[in-house]
Design a protein around this ligand. Structure first.
Ligand code: IMP
Ligand code: MG
Length: 423
């Protein structure tokens, strides 16, 4: 029996969805423990593309149980739509393979509007959120005024609580100069979605504990990445949940000592969507990847910012998450390059830094210090095993593992299931 926490070691979009799908083959249960439908996981199976936002990628393998844990914020209308979309793609979604925690908080339309208004108000200092209402929903949770799945399953109670919340939030929206929401419309749309979700809602903590006792294997799928973590990321340019390994415990109700392994997923380079500091960002490199049709967001379609592999960031991610093993994705994105840079340190004024500074203003001032490795200038997307990879690609991957202070266990050379090299 082995329970794995999978985390993104960078700024999200590390290709976690594909690795989760791959690892799910040997797991019994896949658990989401934080974030909401701000996440976007793209998984390609047998030539068909699936984009998942809230439902764990384990749903693509019919015999696996998928759990949306208490730490997730759920937009019920969006999940109901996601379920319909998957069913239209002939994916089974029933209470036999999907559960939603009764303690998960709801995302409501006023959260989305507030998210948008706060971003507008920030002007050039905006965070670049996905505008899915994630920040305001977690804000309500912390302020103890949120609505939870358990409330939602009691229509009368829900409507009563919603009326009060709409009243308060409309006053705030009015202060922003924004349009208020209609209680009647929101109530009707949510109750409709509530009927669809009812079969899935239960106490997932008890389910997970019984499964642990029965020796089931669990995979905790992280959303976003380490540097978007509300505590450890480049605050305030972060999301509103704990995207790091500890979040898997608080967001699911499974205790830390029941976890066996932390797997850090990282790209062979670095990307980021939204605003905020990004020391190794490189325009020429971004243009090259976008020119290949790569690095456009699964949730918002935005072009991602791209840069060289940042070992300073990943070193810190290893510490915070306790990363044992790493999976490196998108190696094939580097196939055409003659030389590849890796940032090993930052310079901040005259200081040399091994880990990122805590203050985002300092991080903005950091200058990356690079080493250079020779490229391989050979397509790698058909490589099936380690020995199929060019020597320089092997050396590059080994260097990333050494700098991450973790063991390289997976290298991915394309979006398909069979483009995965296991070491
Ligand atoms: P929010 O989570 O929508 O509030 O957005 C906050 C920041 O996190 C923004 O920079 C988003 O672009 C980023 N973000 C949120 N979800 C993801 C994700 O799944 N992948 C990458 N970036 C994300
Ligand atoms: Mg993504």
């Amino acid at each position: 029996m082995s329970n794995t926490i999978l985390v993104g070691a960078q700024w999200g979009d590390e290709g976690k969805g594909k690795i989760i799908d791959f690892l799910t083959e040997t797991a019994d249960i896949v658990v989401r423990s934080q974030g909401g439908n701000n996440a976007g996981h793209t998984v390609i199976v047998g030539g068909t593309k699936y984009v998942l936002h809230l439902i764990p990628s384990g749903i693509l393998r019919s015999k696996k149980m998928c759990v949306i844990g208490n730490g997730v914020v759920v937009d019920p209308v969006a999940v109901a739509k996601e379920i319909d979309g998957l069913r239209a793609q002939k994916i089974k979604v029933t209470k036999e393979n999907l559960m939603i925690s009764d303690c998960a908080h709801l995302v409501l339309p006023y959260h989305r509007l507030l998210d948008e208004q706060r971003e507008l108000k920030k002007g050039k200092n905006k965070i670049g959120t996905t505008k899915r209402g994630i920040g305001p929903a977690y804000g309500d949770k912390a302020a103890r005024v949120g609505l939870r799945m358990a409330d939602f399953m009691q229509p009368e109670l829900f409507s009563e609580k919603l009326a009060a919340r709409v009243k308060e939030n409309n006053a705030v929206l009015k202060a922003f100069g924004a349009k208020p929401v209609s209680f009647k419309e929101v109530n009707a749309a949510y109750l409709e979605a509530g009927k669809k979700l009812a079969p899935f809602v239960s106490n997932t903590v008890v389910y997970l504990h019984n499964a642990l006792k029965a020796g089931k294997e669990m995979l905790f799928e992280g959303a976003q990445g380490t540097f978007l973590d509300i505590d450890h990321g480049t605050y305030p340019y972060v999301t509103s949940s704990n995207t790091t390994a500890g979040g898997a415990c608080t967001g699911s109700g499974v205790a830390p000592h029941r976890m066996d392994r932390v797997l850090g997923v990282m790209k062979a380079y670095t990307t980021r969507v939204g605003e905020g500091p990004f020391p190794t960002e490189n325009e020429e490199f971004s243009d090259m990847l976008h020119g290949m049709g790569r690095e456009f967001g699964a949730t918002t379609g935005r072009a991602r910012r791209c840069g060289w592999f940042d070992a300073v960031a990943v070193r810190y991610a290893s510490m915070i998450n306790g990363i044992d093993d790493i999976a490196v994705t998108n190696l094939d994105g580097l196939d055409s390059l003659a030389k590849i840079k890796i940032c090993t340190h930052y310079k901040l004024g005259r200081k040399t830094l091994e880990v990122p500074p805590s203050d985002f203003r300092d991080l903005t001032e950091c200058k990356p210090v690079y080493i250079e490795m020779p490229g391989w200038q050979t397509p790698t997307h058909e490589a099936k095993k380690w020995s199929d990879l060019p020597k320089n690609a092997q050396a590059y991957l080994q260097k990333l593992a050494e700098l991450s202070e973790a063991k390289l266990t997976i290298a991915s050379v394309g979006p398909n299931r069979d483009q995965t090299i296991v070491l």
